[in-house]
Design a protein around this ligand. Structure first.
Ligand code: F6R
Length: 612
């Protein structure tokens, strides 16, 4: 949700900022802007539309010379996309410029107070109130002023601030929205995410909540809200810059789908022990003894969107393998429903970005109630990773496409590991069964590779449905969980209406929507449920549906009842989601491409949802 980049150093700032923003466009892309100090004053340029527009009107940054500046790419919350609502926002004199990611929750009352003092507002944003507040309190000391303003502000923020009379400095602050600071021989940077500055440096500082950073070209200082200097250790980012580039693929989403075998390998293999006859799952990050694991009586999984879908799969797998009761909640519901967390329960939050506001709030709510929280997180150093009691990283690397693919697959892998670990310590799985599961787990990366090889076949099929009005996904048990994800993938990038249903539930209302030719994607990977699924397929076919089945190679009976079959290789029924999702991702992708949609940046969406 909004991307921020700032630079101060020896080089021209505008081109560095534009380049950085181009790596953050996934966070928001309805308008963009920059403020650059040109040696005398701050010059601001903003434009509605994609970053390209800003690049064009500034001729790649040439028309805004200067070695310090801040930039922003916006995902509108308060006020529609427009030039005026684009960031940076400034005070009336244009001597203070602010870029902001987050929401100032008390902006209405602050705005009224500032208006009563004679300040006039040019935008509808919550952010503009910050520019005027800074102006109001400013007596020449930026740090003191920022602290005063932030003490009056409720909500979340990552901020980049420039003061024209302190040209050698950039100020940054954060609370509940991500912001990192980078350092290199060229100068210092602020950014919402690592890819924005990876080309220039791997040395980064992860800012903590309610911290303020002052960047002075060659050095960086951090302060608490009490104006005390804070000592911070830098971290080294260990991905290479190519990880955040398209590498010849038409879209990031396609590239990321193709990275799934490696992602699974990276997430699984460091945690699998299979040597000298010893077989185990080793998750050191859990920081829990076998006794503590055995004492867990219930698990609550909390997440949003696709991460929630990984959690739904987690429920089935954990209950099946480890026989632990699991509840799965959408984070936005969990945080406000006063959940009953009884003694012995463990909370697992799942998040690719590690910054999703609702998931973070659910984590804090659980910790405040005294419960242990495990984070399954992809972004190293993110808020959830740092605030959880323990963090199991999914080693998917940077995910740039807004629609998640490889991070979702890694989340599935993480829940399999947990389920097997719990099953092992609780003595539920016999050695032979555990060994068989382990063998199946290890085969997943190659099997995914095999399925990716079917892309042309899926593309041809997808091309037949470019004009579809509604597409339904049905499945039972674990296959219901995969239907949820397949349906979300399709609707979010192709804008075709789609719903996922537990197959047995269709006839309780939704089946009335099936018409001649409606595509129903039926996922059937659970041998115990084949016959039940066949009945459900027959029911929708009787109403005119065209059925695409995704099923196991052995289930040849499916061919007789469905119109089109995609087969997945053999694996344990608990792991089939990892395979069945591949044709569904490819299908969604090729439908979206065929319809001419902007696959990597679907309308109205942003990658990291840092607002409620
Ligand atoms: C869908 C998608 C979203 C995210 C959701 C949670 O493709 O990516 O539904 O899964 O916004 O995001 P994270 O995992 O960052 O908490």
């Amino acid at each position: 949700m909004c991307g921020i980049v700032g630079y101060i150093g020896k080089e021209q700032a505008a081109s560095i900022i534009l380049d950085g923003l181009s790596k953050l466009e996934y966070r928001g892309y309805d308008s963009a802007g920059m403020a650059i100090f040109d040696g005398e004053k701050l010059r601001t340029k903003k434009a509605i539309g994609r970053l390209k527009v800003l690049e064009n009107i500034t001729r790649g940054g040439e028309t805004l010379p200067g070695c310090s500046g801040i930039g922003h790419t916006r995902w509108a919350t308060h006020g529609a996309p427009s030039d005026k609502n684009a960031h940076p926002h400034t005070n009336a004199a244009g001597t203070i410029a602010v870029v902001h990611n987050g929401i100032i929750e008390n902006y209405i009352s602050l705005k009224k107070k500032m208006a009563d003092k004679g300040y006039s507002f040019v935008s509808e944003t919550d952010t503009e109130v910050l520019a005027h507040l800074l102006d109001y309190y400013y007596k020449g000391n930026p740090l003191e002023t920022i602290i005063r303003v932030l003490q009056r502000v409720e909500g979340s923020y990552a901020l980049g601030i420039l003061f024209a009379d302190h040209p050698g400095e950039i100020y940054a602050a954060r609370k509940d929205s991500p912001l990192i600071v980078g350092q290199s021989a060229l100068g210092c940077f602020i950014a919402s995410d690592v890819p924005a500055i990876l080309k220039y440096t791997r040395t980064v500082y992860y800012m903590d909540n309610q911290e303020i950073a002052v960047l002075r070209g060659e050095n960086i200082s951090f302060y608490s809200m009490d104006e005390e200097e804070v000592a911070k250790e830098s971290a080294t980012v260990d991905w290479d810059a190519d990880a955040a580039e398209k590498a010849g693929y038409e879209h990031f989403m396609l590239k990321e789908m193709y990275e799934q075998p490696r992602t699974l390998e990276d997430t699984l293999s460091p945690r699998i022990l299979d040597k000298d006859g010893e077989k185990d799952i080793v998750i050191e990050e859990l920081n829990m003894t076998a006794e503590e694991l055995r004492a867990v009586r219930k698990i609550h999984i909390v997440a949003c969107g696709s991460a929630y879908h990984a959690g739904v799969t987690g429920k089935y797998v954990l209950e099946e393998l480890a026989r632990i009761p699991v509840e799965v909640d959408l984070a936005s519901e969990f945080r406000y429903r006063n959940p009953l967390l009884e003694e012995g329960c463990m909370v697992i939050v799942i998040s690719q970005s590690g910054e999703t506001a609702d998931t973070l709030a659910a984590l804090r709510e659980s910790k405040a109630k005294g419960f242990r929280v495990l984070g399954i997180v992809n972004v190293v150093g993110s808020s959830i990773a740092r605030e959880a009691d323990a963090c199991l990283y999914t080693w998917a690397g940077p995910e740039i496409a807004v629609a998640t693919t490889k991070a979702y697959s890694a989340q599935l892998a993480a829940v399999y590991l947990l389920a097997m670990k719990f099953a092992r310590v609780r003595g539920i799985l016999a050695d032979r069964d555990f060994a068989a599961l382990l063998a199946d787990l290890k085969c997943l990366p190659d099997q995914i590779e095999l399925l990716l090889g079917q892309k042309q076949k899926i593309q041809r099929f997808a091309n037949r449905y470019l004009g579809a009005r509604d597409i339904f996904f049905i499945g039972r048990g674990i296959d219901y969980a995969i239907s949820l994800e397949g349906s979300l993938k399709l609707k979010e990038i192709s804008y075709i209406h789609s719903e996922a249903y537990a197959a047995g539930e269709m006839k309780h209302g939704t089946i009335s929507l099936i018409e001649d030719g409606t595509l129903v994607v039926a996922v059937s990977t659970q041998p115990a449920l084949y016959q039940k699924m066949i009945s459900n397929i027959v029911e929708v076919k009787a109403r005119g549906a065209f059925v695409m089945a995704v099923t196991n190679e052995e289930n040849r009976e499916m061919q007789k009842v469905s119109d089109y079959c995609v087969y997945i290789p053999e694996t344990h029924p608990c792991f089939t989601n990892s395979l069945a999702i591949i044709p569904l991702q490819l299908f969604a992708y090729y439908v979206a491409v065929g319809r001419g949609c902007d696959v990597d940046k679907p309308k109205n969406l942003a990658k990291s949802v840092t607002v409620e």
